[in-house]
Unconditional design. Structure first.
Length: 244
């Protein structure tokens, strides 16, 4: 549990490192799936590029909306503050929605059956996301409620979470559940040629996220009528995924 890891004599942010590991492993798995399913690698790269761009824009945009009152808008023209604002602070749901929209746009603009690629590779989203949650645990962000039962974690001084207080390991619980979702969807979409992997992922994750939000203790999430922003988005995604 540390914000930075020393690698080759340099301080590397642990969260960013875990994201990179997840993306690299995810791409290696994607290459294997593409070979197995005989899907085109170049088309995949086009969709992936659009997806990452949409994820970045969506995650940052939702963060700016949720954190609107905390952002010092008068300092936007200060280069250092602007860079810090752009490089830090992202909301997963914004990235998910933005990434999916841009992936569909890639298919439309480049005449690619992007939905087929999404069906076969959607399991890589929870797979990579799980590494992100491990990164959250290492950095101490997205921490859980005070809790002294089985599996409680105590963060050290210097982490983003309150130090010296037993907390619920919500980041690790979510990471485990994400790996389980990824394994299930990967098996069903590749081995069983299942057509409902996208909807299933959205339904499963929205349920998991809605429940785990009750076990989170960080307050930089936004609350509306007693529920967090992510819980309201979870409800919306669940309803849309079932009806569409």
């Amino acid at each position: 549990m540390q914000l930075f890891i020393e690698l080759f004599g340099k301080q590397i942010p642990s969260y960013g490192l875990m994201i990179v590991i997840g993306v690299v492993l995810g791409n290696l798995i994607a290459f294997a799936v593409l070979h197995y399913t005989r899907l085109d690698l170049n088309d995949f790269f086009v969709i992936e590029a659009y997806t990452f761009l949409g994820a970045f824009i969506g995650a940052k945009l939702l963060y700016l909306i949720v954190s609107f009152n905390e952002i010092q808008w008068g300092r936007l023209f200060e280069l250092q503050y602007f860079n810090e604002l752009m490089l830090g602070g992202f909301v997963f749901y914004g990235g998910l929605i933005g990434g999916l929209i841009f992936a569909l746009c890639a298919g439309k603009f480049h005449k690619i059956d992007s939905k087929l690629y999404m069906k076969r590779l959607i399991f890589l989203i929870p797979f990579i996301h799980a590494f992100g949650r491990i990164g959250c645990y290492m950095a101490g962000c997205c921490y859980g409620i005070p809790y002294d039962g089985f599996g409680a974690v105590v963060f050290p001084e210097g982490s983003l979470a309150p130090s010296g207080i037993p907390l619920f390991p919500v980041q690790l619980v979510e990471a485990i559940l994400l790996f389980i979702i990824a394994a299930f969807l990967g098996y069903m979409s590749i081995r069983k040629n299942w057509d409902y992997s996208i909807e299933s992922y959205l339904i499963l994750y929205s349920i998991v996220r809605f429940i785990l939000e009750f076990y989170r203790y960080d307050e930089v999430r936004g609350f509306v009528l007693g529920l967090t922003t992510s819980q309201w988005i979870s409800i919306a995604i669940l309803i849309v995924s079932i009806l569409v």
